[in-house]
Design a protein around this ligand. Structure first.
Ligand code: UFG
Length: 343
């Protein structure tokens, strides 16, 4: 059986990817320090797939912990590297924490892979590397733009590290996936986006407001150059995103990659404003949302959505779920978490 190490595999995107990998016949090993997720994800993965992946609690930025994991498994040939800190705001306040965690852990993984003779890495990157692109939809050819946060910078630097590594070592192959805005949850509501503390992202804030944990949603700015003045993003279903990881890993395992370092955009290829998301959520759930318009959030770009034609052509990937599916599954997950109405 093909074995793959998922760093950060109990998190939002990691847990959904674990499900799709198991369903595609991969043996999944998860390493996570549980700083932003809980062990309950394993129950969810097991309830959906019938398989409980091996789990190791360890920190990817502590070399000795990763070395022991690699030694125990006789090395890994494939890694999907999700584990990273991801709060834009926190990264501005504590940049060294972000550089230390996100960059060091990547370097250690590469070193351990090299020690074992090489292998495949699928890397979680972000559309943040495009900043505010000049041309929309944005394609992979679009140049890096100055990134608004240390978090974003860690993604850009990580891509550079991976590209340079591949150039110097032909036994390492990389696919970097630039995510736009993944939302939603597994249709079973067994796994979803767990929020520890106050939500930073739009969808969890919406679902927590709808369920009554938050008073009201604040919409950051309605003076952008968009149809209703609110900012535009490319929201898509996390299960579609998870499936893209399987295609990316298959491509590397089957040696179908065209170069040692490839990059793909992953999104719906369509932009929605914040207000459009609010209205769509209200329509699909029947829940009225309390919201107010406030000033712009520092560091936000005005609008960004993906040109996904490369992922379609090369990975054979496109989104299957609609925005409405994604919103409804996010809501069902929130209700499940709060023990209301069940699945
Ligand atoms: N928004 C609100 N109110 C909220 C939360 C968000 O109005 O309470 C707005 C934001 O201002 C933005 C949109 O909703 O216009 C989406 O915001 P998110 O925080 O959900 O997502 P971002 O597009 O800001 O963040 C995403 C990724 C980050 C990445 C960033 C780069 O989640 O990891 O893109 O642009 F760094």
């Amino acid at each position: 059986m093909k074995k793959v190490l998922l760093t950060g595999g109990t998190g939002f995107i990691g847990s959904h990817t674990a499900v799709e990998l198991i369903n595609s016949g991969y043996q999944v090993v998860i390493v996570d320090n549980l700083s932003n997720s809980t062990i309950d994800s394993l129950d969810g993965i097991e309830n959906i797939t019938g398989v409980r992946p091996e789990f190791v609690k360890a920190d990817c930025s502590v070399f000795s912990e990763m070395e022991s994991l690699f030694e125990k498994h006789g090395g890994f040939n494939s890694i999907i590297h999700f584990a990273a800190l991801k709060s834009v705001v926190e990264s501005v306040e504590k940049p060294l924490k972000y550089y230390n965690n996100n960059i060091i852990s990547l370097i250690y993984l590469i070193q351990l892979l090299q020690k074992g003779g090489g292998g495949n890495i699928v890397f979680s990157s972000s559309c943040t590397v495009y900043g505010q692109p000049e041309k929309l939809p944005v394609s992979e050819e679009s140049p890096y733009q100055p990134v608004a946060s240390p978090y974003g910078n860690t993604k850009k630097i990580s891509e550079d590290i991976l590209r340079d590594t591949v150039n110097s070592n032909k036994s390492i192959k990389v696919v970097a996936l630039r995510y736009f805005n993944p939302i939603g949850a597994h249709p079973s509501a067994e796994i979803g986006e767990l929020i520890i503390g106050k939500p930073l992202y739009l969808l969890p804030y919406i679902t927590q407001t709808a369920i009554g944990i938050r008073d009201k949603l604040q919409i950051f700015g309605n003076d952008y150059d968009s149809p209703d003045g609110t900012a535009i993003r490319d929201y898509f279903h996390v299960v579609d995103l998870a499936k893209a990881h399987v295609l990316a890993l298959d491509r590397l395992v089957e040696k179908k990659n065209k170069s040692g370092f490839e990059v793909f955009n992953l999104g719906a290829g369509k932009g929605s404003t914040v207000l459009e998301i609010v209205k769509a959520f209200e329509k699909v759930t029947g829940v009225k949302l309390n919201y107010e318009i406030v000033g712009r959030r520092a560091g936000d770009v005005e609008q960004v959505w993906a040109d996904t034609s490369l992922a379609q052509k090369e990975l054979g990937w496109q989104t299957e779920s609609t925005l409405e599916d994604a919103l409804l599954t996010a809501w069902n997950w929130e209700k499940r978490l709060r023990g209301k109405e069940g699945k």
